[in-house]
Design a protein around this ligand. Structure first.
Ligand code: GCO
Length: 263
């Protein structure tokens, strides 16, 4: 018996065409799940399916905007028709705007909260009726270091990711009795396109000060790779975690445990 086996399960990974979402989708597929993902353009849908195909995986991409209740309801209905009721939802799609707070427009703040917090509510609401019908379900919210910590320039992102942590606990509270587990994964600093500006080499070829800061702040002494999130995602998607609920599993190389190196 393999308690991590996801054979026969249908997963939807929002923003699962590339980066962290892709690494999670790939992990779920390798554990046996049928993986569906959505993205915002036909181009990334095609590229996303090709990314999976290059790993020998058939994944199913759809164009749908996570901030639209109508589009996500339609997507969930379509996946049900084509593959079955969704067993696993990974709320991964997210954006960041790094702008000092006094320069940040309310529109920018709202946009970040819309994608990073309102959308997970919309997507969870869309899949929960099917999970209730089926008598089980797993919702995994991709949180952040910013679910716990603040940092200059990321007011919208930190507010949304802190909110996402609490949405996780609330879904757990409300649906735990229906055998639905809602947990979060909190990536530390992961080398992705989103964090590329924080790792850009200086004109003199030296490391970006933020890059040095993160290496010093991470007991593991490195940035994470998107693949580091696959195992934790498989765990939270599988029967191995059936009594784990409302928990945020930080996958951060130890950042949250460590005060940091003395300069
Ligand atoms: C930042 C943001 C993100 C982080 C990530 C940490 O510091 O700019 O926090 O870009 O990479 O979400 O979990």
């Amino acid at each position: 018996m393999n308690m991590f086996d996801l054979t026969g399960k249908v997963a939807l990974v929002t923003g699962g065409a590339h980066s962290i979402g892709f690494a999670i989708g790939k992990g779920l597929a390798q554990a046996g799940a049928t993986v569906c993902f959505n993205c915002t353009s036909e181009g990334s849908r095609v590229r996303g399916e090709a990314n999976y195909a290059a790993e020998g995986i058939t994944a199913y991409g759809y164009v749908a905007n996570v901030t639209s209740e109508e589009e996500m309801n339609a997507l969930v209905a379509k996946i049900r028709e084509e593959h079955g009721i969704i067993d696993i939802l990974v709320n991964n799609a997210g954006i960041i705007k790094r702008i000092p707070m006094l320069e940040m427009s309310v529109a920018d703040f709202r946009e970040v909260v819309d994608v990073d917090l309102n959308a997970p509510f919309i997507c969870a609401k869309a899949v929960l009726p099917g999970m209730l019908e089926k008598g089980h379900g797993k919702i995994i919210n991709v949180c952040s270091m910013m679910s716990e910590l603040g940092r200059e320039t990321v007011a919208g992102y930190a507010a949304a990711k802190g909110g996402l942590k609490m949405l996780t606990k609330n879904i757990c509270s409300e649906f735990g009795g229906a055998n639905i587990q809602c947990n979060g994964i909190g990536p530390g600093y992961i080398a992705t396109q989103q964090t590329a500006p924080l790792r850009e080499k200086q004109p003199d070829g030296s490391r970006h000060p933020f890059d040095q800061f993160i290496i010093g702040k991470t007991p593991a002494g490195r940035w994470g790779e998107a693949e580091d999130l696959a195992g934790p995602a498989v765990f939270l998607a599988s029967d191995a975690s059936n009594f784990v609920n409302g928990h945020i599993l930080y996958v951060d190389g130890g950042i949250l445990a460590y005060i940091g190196k003395q300069p």
